[in-house]
Design a protein. Structure first.
Length: 620
């Protein structure tokens, strides 16, 4: 021990300013703010490094697990969560068989989506045959107008079975405001069900009848801080309505559950769940509950569909795996991993098995369930938690100033904000400011759609319409996956004609290889067949090889300096027999344009619009 103490005393800890001075030297005059400080989409800056003093004014590091304000989780002794899988109930007997099967394969939480027309005691008895509701979590989703009926049926069933009310864990996912947001439908009349649902389950302390579906915002492209801020306002709207109707504050708070999404931003998603619990606890506290336990936020996390892709779909496994890790480290109550094939088909047995195993791996092999709040004490995560909380709180306060979440929906405020973000993100993806591996960056050159098309599930209401419910009265959120524009273009190209793009590589070895690789990736985003080459001695040799390969596009790949020598002769020799493209934006571009060369691919291009333009020129 003496030697160890002596070792440490020989080193002086550098100050923050000394770190900054060293960084300034290494940057060699480059702007620190522009090069190393990340301006997030969430509205705050992230520094390249953090030290203990950066947390000096934060309160989150002082919180304890399982204690108010629950920033470090609801549990004191573990990070255990429920592994959930959802089942669509078209046939109750078949759904029961599937539930029993997956319960033997690691699942301990089931979400049944029951069409309104099937809600009956007979359905529930068939559905839950052989399932011990005291041992697993059970969740139900049905038509909003059938939720009260379902609640009474479930209670009767549990009473008949003699279950301990303390051991029943789960929810009915009643949330009419979700339909108002996504469909613009006026279902305000159904909001009166909320107090009845809360009272219905007052003797079931761990079963909740009202669910906030902020995962719908996540799947529509919302930034993390938007989902967080609106989720809080959404939950507060229900809480306010319940207490205004005379429901006890503790019961009202314990009736609300949150279904939240998880995006690919690994550390920020961990911080999101920590910040969510912190802020929700503060909101509930203002209603003066008798017990702090009412301030706990129960979160079911579902990995996002917004960033999933139809092409190169196995990459979806990488996306959902990091998302699942974020949710687990963020200490959620339960989790659903979306199967990798969700964009183009109803999940198969294989994709569902992989989705289950993704959670089982991080629980059983990586032991993510053993340590409470693993991110605690990380200067970076603590900073993100605080920053997200501050920015989300601004959104929450703004909505409250406008009269609350319901008023904001009616005014279209929420829808406009999420739709604007969705449009921006699609624009960023088109310009490769936001990467989608396998779609707008590094696509699989040889992959074909093989009949895959975007898949949409039904709502689970069984197609039953109710008088007055189907009136479109409000703006709706436009939910389109980020990859959809590129997928539509690629499928269109595949169905009409797949052009051949030939890389005429010449001159400087390093530059021609780099630009050929860039151009191949660029053009393959539209499904073009690309042919790379090692290099040609003359442009004539390259053009002849391209024509022999029946190329529709010839891309000259060289250095900026050499384009002045090679580009115009190659263009003239090609003589309109194929489209001519220059890889890069050389200084001599104006001279090249004056010679008639009009097509260029480079990092500042809008990839999507450029490829659409090329399709048009090629008659595709």
């Amino acid at each position: 021990m003496a030697n160890k103490e002596k070792l440490f005393t020989e080193f002086t800890a550098p100050t923050k300013q000394e770190w900054l001075d060293k960084i300034e030297v290494d940057l060699k005059g480059a702007d620190f703010q522009k090069r190393l400080v990340w301006r997030t989409n969430e509205g705050f800056n992230v520094q390249p490094f953090y030290r203990r003093e950066d947390l000096a004014n934060l309160k989150t590091p002082d919180a304890l697990p399982g204690e108010f304000p629950f920033v470090r989780g609801n549990k004191k002794d573990s990070n255990e969560w429920y592994i959930r899988q959802n089942i669509i109930v078209d046939d109750p007997k078949a759904a029961n068989a599937k539930a029993l099967d997956i319960l033997n394969k690691g699942i301990d939480s089931i979400g049944f989506k029951v069409p309104g027309k099937l809600v009956s005691m007979n359905t529930i008895e068939t559905l839950l045959e052989g399932i011990y509701c005291e041992c697993i979590e059970v969740n139900f989703k049905t038509c909003q107008r059938h939720s009260l009926e379902l609640a009474e049926i479930l209670k009767s069933y549990w009473q008949k079975k003699g279950y301990d009310k303390e051991k029943i864990v789960g929810s009915i996912e009643w949330d009419p405001m979700k339909k108002m947001l996504l469909k613009g439908k006026d279902v305000t009349g159904v909001l009166a069900f909320a107090p009845k649902l809360a009272e219905s389950f007052k003797d079931y302390p761990h079963f909740r009848g009202i669910v906030v579906h902020s995962d719908a915002l996540n799947n529509a492209g919302a930034y993390i801080v938007q989902e967080l801020g609106y989720a809080l306002a959404w939950g507060n709207e229900y809480l306010q309505q319940l207490t205004d109707a005379g429901v006890d504050t503790d019961l009202a708070a314990k009736s609300i559950k949150f279904n939240m999404g998880v995006s690919e931003n690994y550390f920020m998603e961990i911080a999101k769940f920590r910040a969510a619990r912190l802020l929700w606890a503060q909101i509930v506290k203002q209603y003066e509950p008798k017990c702090d336990c009412a301030c706990k936020m129960i979160i079911n996390a579902t990995t996002s569909t917004y960033n999933q892709t139809l092409f190169d779909s196995y990459v979806n496994l990488l996306r959902s795996q990091t998302e699942a890790m974020s949710a687990a480290l963020g200490s959620v109550h339960s989790m659903v991993v979306t199967p990798f094939d969700a964009p183009y088909e109803e999940a198969t047995d294989f994709s569902e098995r992989i989705a289950r195993n993704q959670q089982l791996i991080i629980k059983e092999e990586s032991h993510f369930d053993r340590i409470v709040d693993p991110g605690a004490g990380s200067y970076y995560i603590e900073h993100l938690t605080d920053a997200l909380a501050q920015e989300a709180w601004k959104i929450f306060l703004k909505i409250e100033e406008e009269g609350g979440f319901l008023a904001a929906i009616k005014a279209g405020t929420v829808q406009d904000d999420i739709n604007a973000t969705n449009v921006k993100r699609h624009g960023d993806a088109a310009k490769r400011k936001e990467f989608l591996l396998g779609t707008n960056q590094f696509p699989n050159f040889t992959e074909k759609s093989e009949g895959k098309r975007a898949y949409k599930q039904n709502c689970g209401c069984g197609g039953v319409h109710h008088q007055g419910e189907e009136t479109v009265a409000f703006k709706a959120i436009e939910s389109t996956r980020l990859a959809a524009d590129f997928e539509d273009l690629r499928i269109h190209t595949e169905e009409k004609k797949v052009p051949v793009a030939f890389m005429l590589t010449i001159g400087n070895l390093a530059m021609r290889q780099a630009r050929a690789q860039f151009s191949c990736n660029f053009l393959a985003c539209a499904g073009y067949k690309v042919i790379d080459n090692l290099g040609f001695k003359t442009v004539e040799e390259g053009v002849d090889a391209a024509l022999e390969a029946k190329a529709d596009i010839v891309v000259i790949c060289s250095s900026d300096d050499e384009y002045a020598e090679y580009a115009i002769p190659a263009f003239k020799y090609l003589n309109g027999r194929a489209m001519f493209v220059v890889a890069g934006a050389p200084a001599c571009m104006e001279d090249l344009k004056a010679a008639g060369i009009e097509n260029y691919v480079h990092v500042k291009c809008n990839v999507l619009e450029t490829l659409k333009e090329y399709n048009q020129k090629l008659g595709i």
